[in-house]
Write a protein that binds this ligand. Structure first.
Ligand SMILES: NC(=O)c1ccc[n+]([C@@H]2O[C@H](COP(=O)([O-])OP(=O)(O)OC[C@H]3O[C@@H](n4cnc5c(N)ncnc54)[C@H](OP(=O)(O)O)[C@@H]3O)[C@@H](O)[C@H]2O)c1
Length: 492
């Protein structure tokens, strides 16, 4: 519901404020013939227009190597929108978006083609230069260097501002390659020009973790190490590699999910709350938190797994040791979080699709004396349904003092100015707001954690536990917690 939420007349009547692009813009999508463009970007652009969030004058230019007639590209755009919105598609609105769509075929590393692109922009913009130009790198990372270098030389700045560049995760493959990416970017662009996009940060419930802590003293007081027995963050996927095995087999779950999405969620949940929420203070606090993560004895802290049948998939090397599942035990090197284990778990082809945060509180005497009485928990579910649950105990009726679990929970799906993540992030770039984008220092901090894990995989070759598709991962993942007296929170 929230991700395809469409504003209704009553929303407008209620005067709910909404974010929209205040500046005219031209968006150039590199890799426009690819999957991300079709799955996410085209539908998001349509939705922005449908909800009247686009400015008076906007242009969308697809750039890729594939030779395509203008009409064929427009058809791909329209088909992608119809595939997402099905019979809810407003054909009139779609037609008015398509009027602003064009395609330019070129090589990613040809400076001549970028000059051609520049002339194409000047032609379609008709001299209206008071606009923001954005370039979206929706290509595989192997092409980033070429595009960044050629774009830098092409000088696509306008009279209004310098060109802005959106770079999709992954930001490198490890610490070293992230450094190289930053070097390429800073050689050609100023820091305020590039926007490092991890789409999880555009998800309303992820940023809401910080807002919840900020707005609710009850949570601020409770989310403290002294009361907490352990924290769990789950990024469970039902899907497998979905046609991206070539990419995934090279990367694995730790780089794909932990490096960015899960560590960002952890940071929003546990970072020091800055006095004022600003772009700078939030980035600093996240970076400090990620820098303070500790991985104690690796053998007792890391479990890797692979679903049965993975190595037979197209695009996967036959004896691949790539993990499709990982469970981790981390600590935060901070007095407030002293000795509180943080368990992260992510994997593909699992029983359930779920992103959630579980905070388990320390058992009190009553619970310690009766194993049936489970400790209190705060469960914040981010996807698919967004909800908050408190797991409490309530006394049963009668003269005996006996307790039963009481789960209080309600959906908290976005009910205001709701946008899917790519629409929201695109608007932020047009308006130059970097709050929900990453910065290199926090990316480096995250790679330092992840590099320790992947180096351990290569050097010590720990068991790669096979698990059944449709399960909750290998048994070793449960044992990782049991050893320390904890269990995964598995309810959906
Ligand atoms: N798809 C997703 O759901 C998703 C999610 C999160 C992040 N991302 C990131 O977003 C970016 C784009 O992802 P995508 O799935 O859309 O990629 P993709 O479909 O594999 O590639 C996009 C386009 O890039 C060109 N291309 C592909 N391989 C190339 C190569 N080896 N050399 C030069 N050009 C090549 C192709 O266009 P032409 O041949 O026409 O030039 C292709 O249509 C990637 O960085 C990916 O990691 C994707």
């Amino acid at each position: 519901m929230p991700h395809t939420y469409i504003r209704t007349k009553s929303d407008y009547k209620a005067g709910i404020p909404f974010q929209k692009a205040e500046h005219d813009f031209t968006l150039i999508i590199f890799g426009a013939s690819g999957s991300l463009a079709k799955l996410k970007l085209f539908p998001s652009l349509y939705q922005l227009h449908l909800e009247k969030r686009t400015p008076k004058d906007f242009k969308i230019v697809g750039f890729a190597r594939t030779a395509m007639a203008q009409e064929d590209f427009k058809k791909e755009f329209a088909d992608a929108v119809r595939a997402k919105f099905k019979d809810m598609t407003d054909e009139k609105i779609l037609a008015s978006v398509l009027k602003n769509v064009s395609y330019f075929a070129g090589q990613y590393d040809s400076e001549i083609d970028y000059q051609g692109l520049k002339r194409h922009l000047e032609k379609i913009e008709k001299g209206k230069e008071k606009r923001v130009r954005l370039s979206y790198l929706s290509t595989p990372p192997s092409v980033f260097d070429a595009v960044i270098t050629c774009l830098g030389k092409a000088k696509l700045d306008t009279k209004l501002c310098k060109m802005r560049l959106i770079v999709e995760k992954p930001f490198g493959y490890n610490y070293e390659s992230a450094k190289a990416l930053e070097a390429t970017l800073t050689e050609h662009f100023e820091e305020q020009q590039f926007f490092l996009l991890d789409h999880y940060l555009g998800k309303e419930p992820v940023f809401n973790l910080l807002s919840l802590r900020y707005a609710n003293p009850i949570l601020t007081s409770l989310i403290r190490g002294e009361y907490i027995s352990n924290i769990q963050i789950h990024g469970l996927e039902k899907l497998g590699t979905e046609g991206r095995a070539n990419y995934f087999d090279h990367v694995g779950s730790v780089r794909d999910m932990v490096q960015s999405h899960l560590l960002q969620i952890l940071a929003f949940l546990t970072m020091d709350l800055p006095e004022k929420i600003t772009c700078e203070s939030v980035h600093r606090a996240k970076r400090n938190l990620i820098e303070s993560l500790l991985l104690k004895d690796k053998k007792d802290s890391i479990v890797r797994g692979q679903y049965k049948g993975y190595v037979k998939e197209d695009g996967v090397t036959p004896k691949s040791q790539t993990e499709t599942f990982v469970a981790l035990r981390l600590f935060i090197d901070d007095l407030n979080w002293h000795n509180v284990p943080i368990y992260l778990r992510t994997g593909k082809k699992l029983k359930t699709q779920l992103t959630s945060v579980v905070i388990e509180f320390k058992p009190q005497p009553l619970q310690k004396n009766n194993a049936k009485l489970k400790p209190n928990k705060l469960v914040i579910q981010l996807q698919p349904a967004e909800k908050i649950e408190f797991h409490l105990l309530t006394k049963m009726g009668g003269s005996e003092v006996d307790f039963i679990p009481l789960n209080t929970g309600r959906p908290i799906y976005c009910s205001g100015d709701c946008l899917d993540e790519h629409s929201r992030l695109l608007l932020d770039v047009i308006e130059g707001d970097k709050m929900l984008f990453l910065e290199f220092p926090e990316i480096y901090a995250a790679w330092k954690v992840v590099d320790k894990i992947t180096e351990y995989f290569s050097a010590e070759k720990p068991s790669l536990h096979l698990y059944e598709p449709g399960s909750l991962g290998p048994k070793a993942s449960d044992q990782l917690l049991e050893k320390f007296g904890h269990t995964w929170h598995n309810s959906e």
